[in-house]
Design a binder for this molecule. Structure first.
Ligand SMILES: [Zn+2]
Length: 332
């Protein structure tokens, strides 16, 4: 059984490998562990193993067949997720799941139900789940994810095998994260690994969140400069107003990225090569160089540097956006 997607947890992997080789996978598991400990990763691997049709049973999941690939992409029609919205799971949801379980699988031999935050089921929801675990069709399998297995009724627990996920070591976290984020600076990845206390999901969230913020700031800088250079005052104002929803860190990155673009424009204006390789950034820097005087560009840099400094001092996003708009318009 290929469990390489899950970091650390050597004992759990041995347990699962031995059991699945001996008598195949169980139809019901509790995946218990803290947030970020890998419950969802393990659930994906188990779901893939259950619907895989590309390998002999002991080699499942193959992670290469169409079934496995659909599970990994989160689009397999026979793998159903409940509780993803963070709300408590209701008895009505469990009943709906029960009706669904009696409809035969679409394309796999099995149907898999992943229940996130299973501890949020109240006793009647849990009893409905118990009935399903006891009497459900043989092709249905259930993966109950929880950070607190003790909150599940003893009767439910006794119907499932429990897989307990543990925090991983620093070395395991670093190894996993360096493979997962090959393009990130190594120091940044190691620092996130050091902070996550063995709960890799936290580091993944931090690193991918930072990635999303960076690309939002880069795109925002292009928009801001485009509107400053070419757009009318209204469109600049509209954009400034939309920034009121950003947090201060993101605004700081946005202002920093915009300053970089303005500096490129200044270099281009002076006849130099600015080193921008991204065609969209180069295009907007060139337009700014053509349409704005050096003084305009310099005073915009000055304004944005002041705004960036202000993001450190608790200034509200609304206030900063208003300031940005007023200052940039007066420079035009
Ligand atoms: Zn497969």
């Amino acid at each position: 059984m290929d469990l390489s997607q899950l970091a650390g947890n050597a004992a759990l992997k041995r347990q699962l490998e031995a059991e699945s080789a001996r008598r195949g996978l169980s139809h019901a598991y509790i995946l218990s562990g803290s947030a970020g400990s890998g419950r969802r990763t393990l659930a994906r691997v188990l779901a893939a193993a259950l619907v895989c049709d590309g390998a002999e049973p002991e080699a499942r999941p193959c992670l290469a067949c169409s079934g496995c690939r659909k599970v990994l992409a989160g689009i397999h029609p026979d793998v159903n997720y409940t509780g993803t919205d963070g709300r408590d799971i209701t008895v009505a949801q469990v009943r709906a799941l029960r009706s669904d379980a009696y409809i035969r699988p679409n394309e796999a031999a099995r149907k898999v139900y992943v229940v996130i935050n299973a501890q949020t089921m109240n006793p009647s929801a849990q009893n409905a789940m118990l009935k399903l675990l006891e009497e459900g069709p043989a092709y249905a399998a259930f993966l109950l994810l929880t950070d607190n297995a003790a909150a599940l009724l003893q009767t439910v627990r006794s119907r499932c095998e429990t897989l307990s996920l543990s925090p991983v070591t620093l070395l395991e976290a670093e190894d996993y994260l360096l493979r997962r984020f090959p393009d990130k600076p190594e120091a940044e990845v190691r620092a996130a690994a050091g902070r996550c206390e063995g709960l890799i999901g936290r580091a993944v969230e931090e690193l991918s969140g930072a990635e999303a913020d960076e690309s939002r700031a880069r795109e925002g800088a292009i928009t801001l400069l485009e509107r400053f250079v070419g757009g009318d005052e209204l469109s600049l104002m509209e954009y400034a107003v939309s920034l009121e929803k950003w947090d201060r860190d993101s605004l700081s990155s946005l202002f920093g990225e915009t300053v970089l673009l303005l500096r490129s424009a200044l270099v281009l204006r002076a006849g130099g090569g600015c080193g921008e390789t991204d065609p969209q950034r180069l295009c907007v820097a060139r337009e700014a160089a053509d349409k704005c005087s050096a003084n305009m560009l310099l005073s915009a840099v000055d304004t944005l540097e002041k705004l960036r400094a202000a993001t450190l001092y608790n200034a509200g996003a609304g206030h900063l956006a208003g300031w940005l708009c007023a200052a940039l318009m007066s420079e035009k």
